[in-house]
Design a protein around this ligand. Structure first.
Ligand code: BG6
Length: 496
């Protein structure tokens, strides 16, 4: 496996811990080798030391017998490093030679390239690989998101990849699909008989999809400022979750039948009108609050940056099952907590025969699929309060993954890397899906470009985002489902 971007953030936080967990679980082939490529100068030895140190930070202790450290050292002996600038063609002959040395083969084929670089290199590296003759039949390539900056660049990128590799060699990764809890949406919907009959416009009023975080942009200012929340989270992660929630059941669970259904959802997304762009897309940026910096004070962020760190949208799916059911989606940095969940709101009952009094209110049923943290599923419904009268209160029936022994910290990346090694592309994004998703979101990017004055709403770091997004929900007569107390302080909201 050859990792481009081996001295970067993703490699230390996600890729190496994932590879280490596969190694520890004896899921990697015995003779595996990882060649890290980056511009930072390391020798093999200093790279081992660097990764060993980072693994100690990023691998959750598994409470075993303290042999973790030894395992990590053993793992690091499989690592190699080559310092080169992947943008420059000259280095690739050296790379080829290095691969021959490591594998002991003249033309090694069993290669997996991983692009964990800035997105600006996604189009360059494959072309250099081709020139160097490294796009061999048995090779595969994993590309990080965002795949393109918009529809046009994604189409161009797809063409570049198609000129170097066959589609079955290309793995566009979206790590949300590697999460157990995301995959479980399929099991929940399609391995049970009782939910699916209700899973449509006749019984569902609206759906919320939330993926928010309580961190800012950390050290990723350079990347983030040119990317923003829409490209970083919405065009890929959030819309994947919408697809899992909304898709039709594939007849068989194979890569193509599953991915065909995903594409059908994207193609049914109701194109955004001018009115939607004005009123049903809320973009925000966090401002300083307490000890927390505002986005514009973060490292490598220009003073007047208008990059969005929050976005909420109301979207629709124009098909038989979902016509008229809004999906409210949102993501944001510097929110009060980290949570990813899907909340399915069922319709109110058609007629209310009980008289509610005191603290109790009639409420429609709600199903919460919690992807992280406290992974689980909650169903809300009304029950009679014991005692006189007929008061009905909301109760929760909940399932926690902990009851299944919890989820291994092994995480999404390990699952996806292993799938790629085994040649299973099911949980990776196909070229037509990437394009269909961009086709839907492009108008938002164009609108912001053509209307630089379009509101960018400030929200104090540590709150639930702009008030405008609350207002969007109020139009539906609802509030966002926030898993902890709302920290609203109206004075601090402003337009930027
Ligand atoms: C990444 C984004 O794809 O997903 C990050 O680039 C974000 O900005 C991250 O923090 C969230 O992933 P997870 O798995 O921690 O929810």
């Amino acid at each position: 496996m050859i990792i481009f971007g081996a001295s970067g953030d993703l490699t230390k936080r996600k890729l190496m811990p994932a590879l280490y967990s596969l190694y520890r679980d004896k899921r990697l082939p015995e003779g595996f080798a990882v060649l890290g490529i980056g511009r930072t100068e390391y020798s093999d030895e200093t790279y081992h030391d660097y990764i060993l140190n980072e693994l100690e930070h990023f691998v959750a202790p598994d409470g075993d017998d303290g042999k973790e450290g030894e395992g990590m050292k053993g793992f690091c002996t499989h690592l190699h490093y080559l310092s080169m600038d992947p943008a420059i063609a000259d280095g690739y002959a050296v790379l080829d030679k290095r691969l021959q040395e490591i594998t002991g083969e003249d033309n090694p084929e069993n290669l997996l390239f991983y692009l964990a670089t800035p997105p600006s290199l996604y189009g360059v590296i494959p072309l250099h690989l081709k020139t160097a003759g490294l796009n061999r039949e048995g090779t595969r390539i994993i590309v990080e998101k965002p795949f393109g900056y918009n529809l046009q660049s994604a189409e161009e990128l797809n063409k570049v990849y198609a000129s170097v590799f066959e589609e079955h060699q290309i793995y566009r990764i979206d790590h949300f699909l590697g999460k157990e809890t995301a995959q479980n949406i399929l099991a929940f919907r399609f391995a049970n008989g009782i939910f699916e009959p209700l899973w449509n416009r006749n019984y569902i009023d609206y759906v919320e999809v939330t993926a928010v975080e309580n961190l800012g942009i950390e050290q990723r200012g350079g990347f983030y400022n040119g990317t923003g929340a829409l490209r970083d989270m919405v065009q890929n992660h959030l819309i994947q979750l919408v697809a899992l929630t909304a898709m039709e059941p594939p007849a068989v669970f194979t890569a193509d039948s599953f991915r065909n259904e995903v594409v059908k959802v994207y193609e049914s997304l109701k194109p955004l009108t001018e009115e939607d762009l004005n009123e049903h897309v809320v973009r925000g940026q966090y401002t300083a609050s307490g000890s927390k910096k505002g986005y514009r004070e973060e490292q490598n962020i220009p003073a007047g940056s208008r990059t969005e760190t929050y976005i909420a949208m109301k979207i629709g799916i124009d098909n038989w099952r979902w016509s008229g059911v809004p999906f409210y989606i949102r993501t944001g940095k510097q929110m009060p907590t980290k949570v990813t969940e899907i909340v399915v709101h069922f319709r109110q009952i058609p007629h209310q025969m009980f008289h509610y009094s005191g603290e109790y209110r009639p409420r429609a049923n709600r199903l919460i699929l919690r992807l992280q943290p406290n992974e689980g599923i909650v169903l809300n419904f009304g029950m009679k309060v014991p005692g006189p009268g007929f008061d009905v209160k909301q109760v929760m029936m909940d399932f926690s993954y902990n009851t299944l022994g919890g989820l291994s910290a092994g995480d999404a990346y390990a699952r996806l890397i292993e799938d790629c090694i085994q040649g299973d592309p099911t949980l990776f994004t196909r070229s037509d899906a990437v394009e269909a998703s961009w086709r839907f979101f492009d108008p938002v990017l164009d609108y912001w470009k053509e209307h630089p004055e379009a509101p960018l709403c400030g929200y104090p770091a540590g709150t639930w985002g702009p008030l405008e997004s609350e207002a969007m929900m109020h139009e539906h007569g609802a509030d966002w489902t926030n898993p902890c107390k709302n920290l609203t302080n109206t004075d601090q909201y402003c337009e930027l």
